[in-house]
Design a binder for this molecule. Structure first.
Ligand SMILES: Cc1cc2nc3c(=O)[nH]c(=O)nc-3n(C[C@H](O)[C@H](O)[C@H](O)COP(=O)(O)OP(=O)(O)OC[C@H]3O[C@@H](n4cnc5c(N)ncnc54)[C@H](O)[C@@H]3O)c2cc1C
Length: 390
């Protein structure tokens, strides 16, 4: 097989890249090691920044999101038994939209297939070769048969565990990791929304986040020890802890049957070497953020906007300027998102090693941010999404 851009991974990054390239007349093939059903059902992120929403709309993918997604103008912070709302729309003119990642995936897959795009599902043994030449190759197996794709470029959009990043020689790869002493137990519950906007709560027993997915399904998170196992968290224990962390006088969280639960540990990771020869890595393949800032999916979409523009510039003008600056443009924005996500994580989670003085400072920081126009504007600007600086 031959294509202009070989894309590994049908997550938000790979699918959006293929879609953007197609709109500019550039051919790509996506290789995905899971089935279509699996990628369309995996529960992950749900907060879309304004820039992500605009891109989906501007490129003809936003119709269902505009119908079914929920636009939130503000976000609430709860601490010391009080709630404080930050009006993002007033502070920045922008909003966020709650629309689940797997719904974005469904819309992108449908658009690619409708336009005749090629996504090969259920592949195995994907490997990359000749990435430092002008004709890189991807080897893989489909139904057990060995196949090869010759490309001009390879986009590694295969998440943290995929093979693309590992193909960059270790000596040339600059990677930085940080682990937080927190875990998130996330649940999906069948019940009506408890509140019209997201609530981030810093309670003395730990952090909780009240989010939503649809009018019928709610997404709630609890700070847990990252080494906890799911069988230590019965449904009753989850509801008791959630109520303790967010209920207020006259307001109680809606509960209902829990239909999914998982625990993730919190970490930051950044591979500053986002390009090597003709290989470009994007999204979780290049960086992981703790979910407190709701940035993972949005960063993946922003990376491929830069990459698509660089590839278009190459084919249209035989010009490599943007592609050569790909790592630099993306890592600048990724570092800012890392900083925001780390700040939100540190400000909102209960660190049980903190002294009473340190805990007092943490609550005072939340109070300062939410009660100051400058503080609230700063938080809102980051939450709705920073622009790409070309
Ligand atoms: C378990 C989990 C839960 C998350 N929850 C949240 C959340 O609650 N809130 C939030 O804001 N963010 C969350 N995130 C982050 C957010 O979902 C990611 O940042 C986002 O999915 C990144 O998109 P991506 O396209 O870069 O990578 P991915 O979505 O990971 O897509 C990569 C794709 O590559 C495929 N792939 C991997 N290896 C290979 C291979 N060898 N060959 C072919 N294909 C391959 C994978 O199957 C996958 O479909 C979560 C992430 C994970 C992993």
């Amino acid at each position: 097989m031959r294509t202009q851009v070989g894309i590994i991974g049908a997550g938000p990054a790979g699918l959006m890249l293929s879609h953007l390239l197609h709109l500019q007349g550039i051919d790509s093939i996506i290789l995905e090691n899971r089935s279509r059903e699996e990628i369309e059902e995996t529960i992950r992120a749900g907060v879309l920044e304004q820039g992500t929403v605009d891109l989906l709309n501007d490129t003809g993918i936003g119709e269902r999101m505009m119908r079914e997604g929920q636009v939130h103008d503000g976000v609430e912070f709860q601490f010391n038994g009080m709630r404080h709302r930050i009006n993002m729309k007033k502070r920045t003119g922008k909003c966020i939209t709650v629309y689940a990642q797997h719904e974005v995936i469904k819309d992108l897959v449908a658009a690619r297939l409708e336009a005749g795009g090629k996504i090969i599902f259920n592949v195995s043994d994907v490997s990359l070769a000749d990435i430092d030449t002008s004709q890189p190759k991807i080897y893989f197996r489909q139904n057990g048969v060995a196949e090869e794709i010759d490309c001009d470029f390879i986009a590694g959009c295969d998440g943290y565990h995929g093979p693309s990043r590992q193909t960059i020689p270790a000596k040339k790869r600059k990677e930085i990791k940080h682990v937080y002493p927190f875990g998130w137990l996330g649940i999906l519950a069948e019940t009506a929304p408890s509140h019209p906007e997201l609530i981030y709560s810093n309670h003395e027993t730990g952090f909780a986040l009240i989010s939503t997915r649809s009018p019928e399904i709610q997404r709630y998170y609890l700070q847990v020890d990252p080494t906890d196992c799911l069988d230590e968290w019965s449904d009753d224990r989850i509801w008791t802890e959630l109520h303790k962390r967010v209920d207020m006088d006259g307001w109680s969280l809606n509960d209902g049957p829990i239909i999914q639960k998982s625990i993730v540990s919190m970490r930051s990771f950044i591979c500053e070497t986002m390009q090597y020869g003709r290989l470009f890595i994007a999204g979780d393949a290049a960086h992981i953020v703790p979910p407190t800032g709701a940035k993972g999916l949005n960063l993946a979409i922003a990376d491929v906007q830069v990459l698509a523009k660089g590839i278009v510039q190459y084919y249209d003008q035989n010009e490599l300027n943007l592609l050569e600056r790909y790592s630099q443009i993306c890592t600048r924005r990724v570092w800012k998102a890392q900083r925001f996500s780390a700040w939100m994580t540190q400000m909102l989670h209960r660190n049980f090693k903190h002294t009473p003085f340190e805990y007092g400072l943490q609550l005072a920081e939340l109070d300062s941010v939410t009660s100051s126009i400058a503080g609230a504007t700063y938080l809102a600007e980051n939450y709705v999404g920073l622009p790409i600086e070309w």
